[in-house]
Design a protein around this ligand. Structure first.
Ligand SMILES: C[S@@+](CC[C@H](N)C(=O)[O-])C[C@H]1O[C@@H](n2cnc3c(N)ncnc32)[C@H](O)[C@@H]1O
Length: 204
């Protein structure tokens, strides 16, 4: 198990991760209520313990979610079964997302992209094009450069991301529809932090 995978897995095994808020992220709920999440098929990348995926399934989307933490996926499956939510969950490293033999109308990433370092971000963005239908949507929430000291981890990890970063990483094959300042909501012991919510369309 690589270090970063272990880091996340330990959060799920021995505590309640700050981002696990027992409900979907408010910015996702708001986007669904405004009709901004296209679907009907949705892939939730870095789905964690399943709150966003389970919420989307409850709103009628056909949802698949994956995460590289086996513990997160086992919690997500348990929650989905308790809530009678029909979601397909599996374990995968997002850098291998291109191995998924299916394309989705919408791909969501709430909190994964910002964990990747520069080269891995590029690799991930390239691979994303294998799982998105043409004119499909990518909806991403990542820690914003406005966030200041990132409260969850010390030493400003993960790196914060500016709008210019987002535009640069998604400059080929993606049309950025909008970027707005949102919030990544944390559980009560932790602060919330500013995050960019970006919706883009796969143009290839
Ligand atoms: C900040 S959490 C957000 C979880 C979930 N999206 C949510 O909003 O509750 C980031 C998630 O991405 C997962 N993750 C990070 N890097 C990953 C990678 N390379 N492949 C798959 N999952 C990854 C972590 O295990 C963690 O569950």
């Amino acid at each position: 198990m690589r270090f970063k995978n272990l880091f996340f897995d330990l959060w799920y095994r021995f505590g309640k991760p700050p981002w696990s808020i027992d409900q979907a992220q408010p910015d996702l709920i708001a986007a669904v209520e405004k009709g901004e999440v296209r679907g009907p098929t949705v892939l939730d990348v870095g789905c964690g313990d399943g709150n966003n995926a389970i919420y989307l399934a409850g709103r009628g989307f056909n949802v698949t979610g994956f995460d590289f933490s086996a513990k997160a996926i086992s919690i997500a499956k348990q929650k989905a079964s308790e809530e009678k939510a029909d979601v397909t969950f599996f374990t995968l490293d997002a850098l291998k997302i291109g191995d998924i033999d299916k394309r989705f109308d919408t791909v969501i990433d709430f909190g994964l992209f910002h964990n990747l370092s520069g080269d891995k971000r590029k690799q991930y963005v390239r691979a994303l094009s294998n799982v998105c239908v043409r004119k499909g949507q990518f909806l991403m929430l990542c820690v914003a450069d406005q966030a200041g000291e990132y409260p969850v981890y010390p030493n400003r990890y993960p790196p914060t991301t500016s709008q210019d970063d987002i535009r640069a990483y998604f400059s080929e094959g993606w049309k950025i529809e909008w970027i707005r300042l949102g919030v990544a909501k944390s559980s009560e012991k932790f602060d919330d932090y500013s995050a960019w919510l970006t919706s883009m369309t796969f143009t290839k």
